[in-house]
Design a protein around this ligand. Structure first.
Ligand SMILES: Cc1cc2nc3c(=O)[nH]c(=O)nc-3n(C[C@H](O)[C@H](O)[C@H](O)COP(=O)(O)O)c2cc1C
Length: 256
């Protein structure tokens, strides 16, 4: 009887020991597995979901600097503009443009309007008399190159306002193949800018003012050409607060 009880007790202790060690081993994998998936609440946001709890998709990084201001050689601007009237003449294209896709307001048009708003100037848009410029970028570059090679002077629609009422004329255009678009030379050569202050501005995608000031001075030798401004077309389209500040700084340097 005593022998049976001892055996039973021994078996019981052995069984208990085994059960305990199995329980201990069974808990190990769960705690140490490295590739266990994260609980659902800690999963990173999927690309299509907002990445922050404000519900906004992160914006593109800001550009390193503000749009550049490119001084011309001639900085002899008198800063006294008084109450003289100011005119802004510009050429600009919509449709497909470099780095900005298809746009319904031209990059240069945006800057021209800012200048007019800041100075109270009148605006004149140079429009081709027959709009032969393609709306796709590659085709437009071909047509523009051909015009440049031909030294073409495309006609523009309408007439410039009477220049005698203006003391200062801002003149802007996109840089095309490192130069003013040929239609702007039609304007320069058909107009009497003698005695006026001319202020060039460009939009571009890397070429800056591209000699607009010097080319304007040689096309209009009896005018005084003041410090120009170059704005990235992409900035004009997408960073208008920053561009406006740049335009204001430039204008204040010109006495506005
Ligand atoms: C025909 C053509 C030629 C261009 N050539 C130049 C160039 O030589 N240098 C440059 O920086 N950008 C060049 N660009 C880019 C334009 O200057 C730029 O996109 C500009 O902001 C367009 O202005 P807009 O929308 O007022 O026409 C060219 C664009 C076109 C369509």
């Amino acid at each position: 009887m005593m022998k049976m009880n001892f055996k039973k007790l021994f078996c019981l202790v052995l069984t208990l020991g085994l059960l305990l060690s199995m329980a201990a081993c069974g808990s190990t994998p769960q705690d140490t597995t490295e590739d266990a998936s994260l609980p659902v609440s800690e999963e990173p946001a999927k690309p299509s979901e907002p990445a922050s709890d404000t519900g906004t998709i992160p914006s593109e990084p800001e550009p390193a600097g503000k749009p550049e201001v490119q001084p011309s050689e001639n900085t002899s601007a008198e800063t006294e503009t008084g109450s003289t009237r100011t005119l802004v003449i510009y050429f600009s294209r919509t449709g497909e443009q470099y780095t900005v896709g298809v746009i319904d307001k031209g990059n240069t048009a945006i800057v021209a309007e800012m200048i007019a708003e800041e100075t109270g100037a009148d605006l004149f848009e140079v429009l081709p008399v027959d709009d032969h410029y393609p709306m796709t970028y590659n085709e437009l570059t071909d047509v523009a190159k051909q015009e440049q090679n031909d030294k073409a002077r495309p006609a523009y629609a309408g007439e410039l306002p009477d220049l005698s009422g203006y003391d200062t004329v801002f003149i802007g255009a996109p840089v095309w193949w490192g130069d003013w678009p040929m239609i702007m030379y039609t304007v320069f050569e058909n107009s009497d800018f003698s005695g006026k202050k001319l202020v060039p501005f460009s939009t571009h995608e890397g070429s800056g003012l591209s000699g607009f000031d010097k080319k304007l001075a040689s096309a209009c030798p009896d005018a005084e050409v003041l410090k120009g401004l170059a704005v990235r077309g992409n900035d004009a389209q997408n960073r208008q607060d920053s561009v406006r500040e740049t335009v204001q700084d430039w204008l204040s340097g010109l006495g506005y």
